[in-house]
Structure formats: structure tokens, C-alpha cells
Design a protein around this ligand. Structure first.
Ligand SMILES: [Zn+2]
Length: 196
């Protein structure tokens, strides 16, 4: 009897534990983490919803036009407060992307290039598969694309991000823009540190 109960209880406990300890999973149900959602945009401070919707709309249109068509636009969660950012697991980063499920932007990440950067990661995940985008592709290509094509404003970026961006720019000028998605380099241990 006890053993029969154990398995269902364990299965019940796994999602609860994941919810508690893997904070990025909260993007799957942001309402449970105190967010107000209208369509694909979720905010902790409803007074900032119009600003959040404009950031989302502009980033989506920009990436569709400049980088590649997004098949399934992601949900975007935006935090206005430190407490909200902590609920979603932020430490000092500005934003992150969870597979093809959604994007989370911290209270530090409301500049439009953050949303464009994460939207590019979402597109990479759609085109290459979540694991295909992160395994076997050089970091300089994956991150360099996001920093370069989002028109990130920081110049120079802190290292190694600056190397990623300049490496990607060199690769793009050699490969050509029309081969952005067809000439993707493979990971090579000798080049994994940010040098193309
Ligand atoms: Zn990135």
C-alpha cells in the first residue's frame, strides 16, 4: 500500500519542486508568480503594461524583419521590481530565454535591445531546436548574433561579450547575410572561447 502511494506522491512532488526551485519555469504560468498577463505580455506592475506591450511589439517586428521570421512568438514576462526579478531567478543578468516557451526581462532589462536580443535567442531555438542551438554551436556565434543583430548599444561590451560580437561580425561579413542560417559554424574546442 505504502509503495503504491509512493509513486503517485513522487510524481506529484516533481512539478511542485520544479516550480519552487527552478525559477525560470515560472515563465510557463507567470500568473502564479504574481504577473498580470494580456495576450503574450506579462507584467508585475499593470501601470507599465503599455510600455511593456510597445517593447514586445517593436522587438518582434524588428527581429521578424531584420533577422528572420519567428514562427511562434514567445510570451514575455517583464519585472519592474527587484522582488519580481528575484522570483524569476535573476542575479545580475538583464534577461533570459526559456527554450521556445518565453522570455523573462528583469527590472534592469527594459531597454529595447534586451528584448531584441532574447527574441533572437528564441528564433535560434526555433530554427535549430533548443538543444541544437546550445550544443554544438560556438558561443561566439550564438551570443555574437544576439549582441550584434539586436543593435546592442553598449560599446565596447565587457569581455568576453565584445569578442563574441566582433567574432560574429567578422564571420557574417565573410559568409554573407543571405547565409546567416545556412553557414552556421560547428563548435570546435579550439574556437570555443570566443574566437571565430
Ligand atoms: Zn544572449
Amino acid at each position: 500500500m505504502r509503495r503504491r502511494l509512493l509513486l503517485p506522491l513522487t510524481l506529484l512532488a516533481i512539478p511542485a519542486l520544479s516550480w519552487a526551485f527552478f525559477k525560470p519555469m515560472r515563465v510557463l504560468a507567470p500568473q502564479l508568480a504574481g504577473q498580470t498577463c494580456v495576450d503574450a505580455v506579462c507584467v508585475d506592475d499593470p501601470s507599465r503594461l503599455p510600455q511593456a506591450e510597445a517593447i514586445y511589439r517593436d522587438a518582434l517586428a524588428f527581429v521578424n524583419l531584420q533577422v528572420g521570421q519567428i514562427a511562434s512568438p514567445p510570451r514575455v514576462v517583464l519585472c519592474s521590481t527587484v522582488a519580481c526579478s528575484q522570483r524569476f531567478g535573476f542575479t545580475d543578468n538583464g534577461a533570459y530565454t526559456v527554450g521556445v516557451s518565453g522570455i523573462v526581462i528583469s527590472h534592469r532589462g527594459w531597454a529595447p535591445y534586451f528584448a531584441r536580443h532574447e527574441m533572437i535567442h528564441h528564433l535560434q531555438n526555433e530554427r535549430l531546436g533548443v538543444f541544437g542551438a546550445w550544443l554544438g554551436r560556438p558561443t561566439w556565434w550564438r551570443e555574437g548574433m544576439a549582441y550584434s543583430l539586436s543593435l546592442e548599444e553598449r560599446r565596447p561590451l565587457p569581455q568576453p561579450l565584445q569578442s563574441y560580437r566582433s567574432g560574429f561580425d567578422q564571420w557574417l561579413s565573410r559568409s554573407g547575410r543571405d547565409r546567416l542560417w545556412t553557414a552556421i559554424p560547428r563548435e570546435n574546442p579550439a574556437t570555443a572561447s570566443g574566437k571565430p
